[in-house]
Design a protein around this ligand. Sequence first.
Ligand SMILES: O=C(O)CCC(=O)C(=O)O
Ligand SMILES: [Fe+2]
Length: 308
Amino acid sequence: MPGLTLQDLPQVEEFTPDPSNIDAVVQSLARVGGVVIRGLVPQAKLDLIERDVRPHLDADSPWSGDFFPPETRRAFGLAGKSDTFMRTIPMDPLYQAVCDRILKSTYQAYTGQKLETSVSHPQLNNTIVFSIGPGARAQELHRDDMIHHNYLKAITADEWTPDRETGIGFFIAGKKTTKANGATRFIPGSHLWDTLTPPDEDLTFYAELNPGDAFIMLASCYHGGSANTTADEERLIFSCFMTKGYLRQEENQYLAVPIEKVRELPEEMQRLIGYRVSHPFLGWLDLEDPIKAVYGKDWKKPETSDLY
Ligand SMILES: O=C(O)CCC(=O)C(=O)O
Ligand SMILES: [Fe+2]
């Protein structure tokens, strides 16, 4: 975007996690593409999540490609590894409300002369904990909606509608994140750009967060992890994405979470990670609700199977 500076772009807004902020958060995402939520997760919860994930971070080995710097350690498949992570991050009520507003899809289609209305609920796309150590270089700016081949045309903020979006990211600071230790940077308003407009490093805003603060971002925004230029600070981020119910999940939940672990989860979480039909007709098992795989022979077949 030649000639533009960060001042010309929409200003990033901050909110508290109060549920009454949902409308304002959605409006802000529509205009800016990213919002900061202050004070979402208390320190005691962060400590519990860290205790669950630290052994997995320690066991991770350096990434061999160049998408992540080698100083990055990650933990994945969190639905099978940390109940506190799942309840606190993906299932956060404000985040879920935002995902419902933007990613829930209602579709109408004729079957014969009958107009059927089907609802597809958002589902978990991925779970990642990042620990990024001193000396890590910056990650290239990218849009996570590339995974879904989401070609977009340039529009104005007034023209934005939720159907443009394929995913919403949620990044919670497990430790203080600053520009110096590699805070996620993103280009405000870049969700309104044409997909084939390249990113511009001069237009980035750094989402600097205190422990427990959150950054919510549309997957269509240019963003990336930044360089950790400190001598001794770890940047610890607890993250997930949600996606539309009819798109393929980035992290394969059916393989990432052993079925024995899935059986231990509350039904709400089983549904969230993908054990549900996206209406109409997507994801069935024997033309029935895939949750039957979780309950095995204890599963009670409903009287009428509704796949619309
Ligand atoms: O490290 C970060 O803050 C962001 C990471 C990221 O964007 C990614 O891995 O896709
Ligand atoms: Fe990303």
